[in-house]
Design a protein around this ligand. Structure first.
Ligand code: CTP
Length: 397
């Protein structure tokens, strides 16, 4: 994990600087030591006191702070870390880095270091798109600097597009990845994904529009953090993750049996869109139209609730996560599911057609837990997956 790793965190200016506080907290939760450096512009957005309190460490601010030079010169400060993280990195700070300027503490540290550097940019979309910024990014990448983000989305300035600072958990995941950390190593994660198909007869079935994209992304993210993944999937349209033990099923009953066979697990994530009902007596032969008799009557019976069964079962994983895909009153329904199904977290989202989420590449979720409800901004399904995998790793400890 990150235990004992020393991270020098440079906090640049910008409205997103407040997220750096959460980054500090999350890094320390994982056992990393954080030495904070606050730029002049950064100080306009977060106070040195709150940064120092969260880091449990003095904040370095000024190049010409003689006490610091006596205690620890900037050369030593820049080299005493295992990783330098710049979050948020402004367009200006990146320009300085690309040019090798050293006119304040942050830029001097970045020039003096031989430590790997991870940059999390945050700026207005026009500044991000500007050829000068893009040139600087190319230069920095060529120099070996690694990037996390920026994300796409609505920004504080009211514009929309790339430029938003990555979410704290994504930055933490990028830090972990740069140490080759595998916080889910040795953990078994069970994931259900995709739709189920409930036969009407040998050629017809009841199904839904789930593509399996979010479940697959989750499996990939958990694998990326070192987990062993059992992936129980209905007939999805996206290919299953590579590296997981894939169990293909069609019906809800088969999915329940496959899930129970895969237990025990440390955590289970129920991302499948399970059909609520099946046809009571699916025809053994194709149903035929009978002129004058009207459509064949279909009697539906309820399918087992896999999530509720596992949440209340003997072999319950330590962490059980359900999804709630809703088209209206999202939070009310999700809260009800959290209680009714006996799981630990519900990942709720609005899948009404206007959102473009069902079958699309993006998702906008809210996480409901016993200790509170947290809305996440709209991001790609891969980003939701990475962040959720990090949260799961944190919860499993
Ligand atoms: N789920 C399940 N087995 C079922 C139905 C749902 O495991 N038979 C799981 C889903 O994988 C998801 C959660 O329960 O994690 C919520 O699924 P959803 O379809 O939204 O809930 P339902 O209980 O079916 O409620 P409703 O259809 O009324 O919205």
């Amino acid at each position: 994990m990150m235990k004992g790793k020393r991270i020098l965190l440079i906090i640049g200016g910008g409205i997103a600087a407040y997220k750096a506080l959460e980054v500090i907290r999350r890094l320390r939760d994982r056992g990393a030591a954080v030495t904070p450096v606050l730029t002049r512009a950064g100080e306009e957005f977060v106070t040195p006191l709150s940064v120092a309190a969260l880091a449990g460490h003095k904040v370095y601010r000024d190049l010409f702070d003689l006490t610091d030079e006596a205690e620890m010169g900037h050369i030593q400060l820049s080299r005493s870390a295992d990783l330098i993280v710049v979050a948020p990195a402004t367009a200006d700070l990146m320009a300085k880095m690309a040019q090798g300027r050293a006119d304040d503490l942050a830029s001097t540290l970045l020039l003096a270091t031989d430590t790997p550097v991870l940059v999390a940019p945050a700026m207005n979309v026009r500044m991000w798109d500007h050829p000068a910024t893009q040139r600087n990014i190319a230069t920095l990448k060529a120099d070996g600097v690694r990037f996390v983000g920026p994300d796409d989305g609505a920004m504080a300035c009211g514009e929309f597009g790339p430029g938003r600072l990555s979410e704290p958990m994504e930055i933490v995941a990028a830090v972990a990845a740069s140490f080759g950390a595998q916080p889910l190593a040795g953990r078994h994660i069970l994931i259900t994904s995709g739709p189920t198909q409930e036969p009407i007869d040998p050629v017809r079935f009841i199904a839904n529009r789930s593509s399996g994209a979010q479940g697959t992304a989750l499996a990939q993210a958990c694998l990326g953090l070192g987990a062993t993944v059992t992936f129980v999937t209905g007939p999805a349209t996206v290919p299953p993750p590579t590296g997981a033990a894939v169990v293909r099923v069609e019906t809800a009953a088969q999915m329940l049996a496959a899930v129970q066979a895969a237990l025990p697990a440390d955590a289970a994530i129920f991302a499948a869109a399970v059909a609520d009902w099946r046809v009571a007596e699916a025809g053994a032969a194709k149903l035929k139209k009978r002129p004058g008799e009207g459509p064949a009557p279909l009697t539906l019976i309820e399918n087992p609730d896999i999530l509720a069964t596992v949440s209340r079962g003997e072999n319950r994983p330590r962490l059980v996560v359900g999804f709630a895909a809703e088209t209206h009153d999202v939070l009310t329904h999700a809260q009800d599911k959290l209680r009714r199904k006996g799981c630990d977290w519900i990942v709720a989202n609005d899948v009404s057609p206007a959102t473009g989420i069902m079958g699309g590449t993006e998702n906008e979720v809210t996480i409901l837990r016993a200790d509170g409800t947290t809305p996440w901004p709209r991001m790609t399904k891969d980003q939701v997956a990475r962040r959720l995998a990090e949260e799961i790793a944190a919860a499993l400890g």
